[in-house]
Write a new protein. Structure first.
Length: 174
């Protein structure tokens, strides 16, 4: 993600007018904001073990895998609604019994706007990014919030000519 922003900023620093909407859309896609190191568990993992993994990693969800493919997701909300609220023993039940499914996924080339629309429409905060049945990453609501200021900054710099003049003046002082 940062490489693309550095590239965009280097174009500005060279004084080039980069107003190509396709370029901006390529920056603002799921693969550029997703976390690629997704922690997963198998369907037969106990809920207790899943909770321990989530706590150790400091994460709010685990993607559930079966035969190498993502089939569900276990979130903190799943644990609250399907384990704690029902007074189930987390040592005795498996993640496949409480996971959310069917798994709602996104594609790596989805625009940020599409990711947000999917989250709002489905009332979810985490979307695994999958291509050809392979888990590539995960986009969370937090990822979207932290990406937004960077996108706004790049768009402003690309669309406000005065920023180019400022950069040119810095390169070539009077």
């Amino acid at each position: 993600m940062y490489v693309i922003f550095l590239y965009a900023l280097s174009l500005i620093n060279e004084g080039q007018a980069v107003r190509d909407q396709a370029f901006l859309m390529s920056v603002a896609c799921a693969q550029n904001i997703m976390v690629s190191n997704v922690i997963t568990v198998e369907t037969n993992t106990s809920v207790m073990d899943a909770v321990k993994i989530m706590n150790k990693q400091g994460i709010g969800c685990l993607v559930v895998m079966e035969n190498g493919s993502p089939i569900g997701i276990v979130t903190e909300r799943d644990l609250l609604k399907r384990v704690l609220a029902e007074s189930k023993n987390p040592k005795k039940i498996r993640v496949q019994e409480i996971m959310s499914r069917p798994l709602i996924v996104g594609k790596p080339d989805m625009e940020i706007e599409e990711v947000i629309e999917l989250m709002v429409e489905r009332k979810i905060k985490k979307i695994p990014i999958v291509e050809n049945g392979k888990l590539l990453g995960l986009v969370t609501f937090t990822d979207l919030l932290s990406f937004q200021p960077q996108l706004i900054r790049v768009v402003k710099e690309l669309t406000h000519p005065h920023s180019w003049k400022k950069v040119e003046n810095e390169k070539n002082p009077p």
